[in-house]
Design a protein around this ligand. Structure first.
Ligand code: DXP
Ligand SMILES: NCC(=O)COP(=O)(O)O
Length: 264
């Protein structure tokens, strides 16, 4: 499988790329042996509507995205050369098998345990540094960009860069919870500082987890340099009401609003 190649989304559009996480389509599909809802059909519809990327997290327990989904999406994306394929997972579990076989545009290292309910923390530095370095180097040697899932801790960004990572993904659950409680202003400074520290260390900045139509614009207005947001749970919940295409358009509008001049 040739590596999927696409220009940097930010270079292409100057704004944050939307990568739709398809985990929850697979979760629903797996509750019957009928193959519906189709993950590849969902992928086609969100890409036709303008999403710039797809993200999957093939967890070892196969609760949602499974190996065949990953390979079917990689095949589908051969017809979408400018779309980014981002595969998430723990590189000490099953992620590297997918990186070697599929060579996605990006892989995101997430320090989840096998049975974890959902992703709820980033990597720890300096503890994780030495064991991450060779896997980062291996993925990059295969032409795959490496992003590290990180809590918004500015002091950790230099160490993440020293491991050789290309980007970090800011874990945004804390921001989303604060936004829901009307306390986004108290939560955002940590994310701004972490993004600035990451970029000062030469890292690109992605973001994800519990982002949605209500909190996305405020986050992107405040946090500089976010090249990609990967959004799944809320996106799919919205798509149950609005359809895939309408939901993509809504999220793209949320992103564009963040970059529009604000009325004074
Ligand atoms: C890493 C992260 O925050 C999410 O991408 C993760 O994929 C969510 O996993 P679940 O969809 O299994 O909750
Ligand atoms: N990396 C975050 C992601 O892919 C989706 O997270 P969520 O929107 O399902 O919480």
């Amino acid at each position: 499988m040739n590596p999927l190649v696409a220009p940097e989304p930010s270079a292409r559009h100057g704004v944050t790329a939307l990568s739709v996480n398809l985990n929850k389509v697979a979760l629903l599909r797996n509750t019957r042996h009928l193959g519906i809802p189709s993950v590849t059909r969902a992928a086609t519809l969100v890409l036709e509507a303008g999403a710039q990327g797809l993200t999957v997290h093939p967890r070892p327990d196969g609760r949602h995205i499974r190996a065949h989904d990953v390979h079917e999406l990689a095949e589908l994306l051969q017809d979408w050369p400018h779309v980014e394929f981002n595969i998430e997972g723990n590189p000490f579990h099953n992620l590297m098998d997918f990186v070697r076989a599929v060579r996605p545009h990006q892989c995101t290292f997430v320090p989840d345990d096998v049975g974890q309910f959902t992703s709820d923390h980033g990597w720890s530095f300096p503890q994780d540094a030495e064991r991450l370095k060779p896997l980062i180097a291996e993925a990059q040697a295969l032409g795959v960009r490496v992003s590290l899932f990180m809590d918004p801790v500015p002091e950790a960004m230099a160490a993440a860069a020293a491991c050789g990572a290309d980007r970090i993904e800011l874990y945004t659950e804390g921001y989303a919870r604060a936004h829901l409680n009307g306390q986004a202003a108290q939560a955002l400074p940590a994310y701004v500082a972490a993004a600035e520290a990451a970029m000062a260390s030469g890292l690109g900045v992605n973001a994800g987890h519990d982002l949605n139509r209500d909190n996305l614009t405020d986050f992107l207005r405040a946090v500089p340099g976010v090249q990609e947001v990967s959004i799944g749970h809320a996106f799919i919940a919205d798509a149950l009401e609005l359809g895939y295409a309408g939901t993509v358009r809504d999220y793209l509008r949320c992103i564009q609003r963040a970059y529009a001049p604000q009325a004074r």
